[in-house]
Design a protein around this ligand. Structure first.
Ligand SMILES: Nc1ncnc2c1ncn2[C@@H]1O[C@H](COP(=O)(O)OP(=O)(O)O)[C@@H](O)[C@H]1O
Ligand SMILES: O=P(O)(O)OC[C@H]1O[C@](O)(COP(=O)(O)O)[C@@H](O)[C@@H]1O
Ligand SMILES: [Mg+2]
Length: 357
């Protein structure tokens, strides 16, 4: 079998580790003749960019490399492909033709909700395709864990640790805005691990007045500083998410600004010195933590195993410590927020974390 492999959407730590695992399993375990790397995500198919012949030799040393050697874009949907200013065309037939032209028998898509939805639509057009769940946000349905997430959690936790020492020195409120477009997984996990005093996530719209009261109460009780972890997609009760730039066509809205809003409110009401940190793409960069390297390796190997068994139109998924597969149609267009009865929320409450619910 000749494989094609591409990385789509925002990058995430562990992409290169999956590429390495796919190449090794396909060529070493199964003796398949070729794995072609498609550069720039689906754009590489539509624009017929020369593929990169991957081998176990050329993919060595990749397990700890951040980013993606294949590069990626979150603006290349073949079904709604940008062809000019605000103009889009359905170029999916070109993508399908290119896959055939390259002699690719199966395409491995390393992507998030968007790329996996595209993979599903390509499968409906007859392409043999399998997905692996990539996103630091951890919001893909059908799997408990996406690779990249735990590295982002670790980076955000480190940031919270560092903010603690400077917050304490200056007796300040520190608001840190973390990634997570519509799901609060990063903020919830890092917020607990980094001992944030308040955690604000999209799943639990917050009451700004009660947040201010609770922070004032902390100060009255003797706390000399407060750390507030807020997900970029968090919103006040009855309010909306904070958008930096509106989406249009295939461009998703760019979120941001909620950290500043929360800080202004806190500063105004508590009269305490307040600063904002927007951690941003630092959370997507750098070397994957061990857990992501393990997950990425298992995902890569399992995707090849599934194809060898004749399984496709599915995504490899991690549930209850086992890797299985779920049909792409159950993933496409879906979303996995933090469930309101999740044990981590209960743990956060029990250690006294404010959520201003
Ligand atoms: N539900 C969907 N169906 C089809 N295409 C989508 C969907 N959601 C997003 N897309 C498109 O998929 C591409 C990648 O989406 P993006 O969210 O950036 O990456 P990913 O989710 O794969 O990390 C973008 O061009 C986006 O417009
Ligand atoms: O790279 P961009 O366009 O700034 O995207 C930022 C967004 O991508 C993410 O980092 C990850 O989202 P995806 O995995 O869906 O690409 C979000 O947390 C963030 O809102
Ligand atoms: Mg997405």
């Amino acid at each position: 079998m000749r494989l094609g492999i591409l990385t789509g959407g925002g990058d995430a730590p562990g992409l290169n580790a999956v590429i390495r695992a796919v190449v090794r399993a396909a060529m070493r375990t199964y003796g398949w003749p070729a794995v072609l790397g498609i550069p720039e995500g689906f754009k590489g198919l539509v624009e017929r960019i020369d593929p990169i012949e991957l081998t176990p030799y050329t993919t060595r040393g990749l397990i700890n490399e951040g980013g993606t050697i294949l590069h990626t874009t979150n603006r290349a949907n073949p079904f709604q492909y940008p062809v000019g200013d605000d103009q889009y065309a359905d170029c999916s037939d070109t993508a399908v033709a290119r896959i055939a032209e390259l002699g690719i028998d199966a395409l491995v898509v390393l992507g998030g909700d968007g790329s996996l939805s595209i993979a599903h639509r390509l499968a409906e057009k007859g392409v043999t395709v399998i997905g692996t769940p990539k996103t630091i946000d951890n919001d893909i349905p059908g799997t408990e864990l996406c690779f990249g997430h735990m590295t982002a959690v670790s980076t955000a936790t480190d940031a919270l640790d560092r903010l603690h020492t400077t917050a304490e020195s200056h007796h300040r409120i520190m608001v840190v805005e973390l990634m997570g477009r519509y799901a609060g997984w990063i903020t919830l996990r890092a917020g607990i691990a980094g001992a944030a005093d308040a955690i604000l996530i999209p799943e639990l719209p917050f009451d700004a007045d009660s947040l201010c009261e609770q922070v004032k109460e902390r100060a009255r009780e003797g706390a000399t500083f407060s750390i507030i972890a807020v997900a970029e997609g968090a919103k006040p009760k009855g309010g909306d998410v904070s958008v930096l730039q509106e989406g249009s066509g295939v461009y998703q809205p760019q979120l941001g600004g909620i950290g500043t809003q929360v800080a202004e409110k806190l500063r105004g009401v508590t009269r305490l010195e307040t600063r904002v940190t927007v951690l941003g793409h630092v959370q997507r960069g750098g070397s994957p933590v061990a857990q992501d390297r393990l997950l990425a390796t298992q995902y890569g190997v399992s995707a090849v195993d599934a194809l060898a068994r004749g399984e496709h139109s599915c995504m490899v998924a991690y549930n209850r410590e086992r890797i299985g597969t779920v049909p792409l149609e159950q993933v496409a267009g879906g979303f996995r927020p933090v469930p309101l009865d999740h044990p981590l929320l209960e743990a956060a409450r029990q250690v006294g974390t404010l959520m201003a619910e």
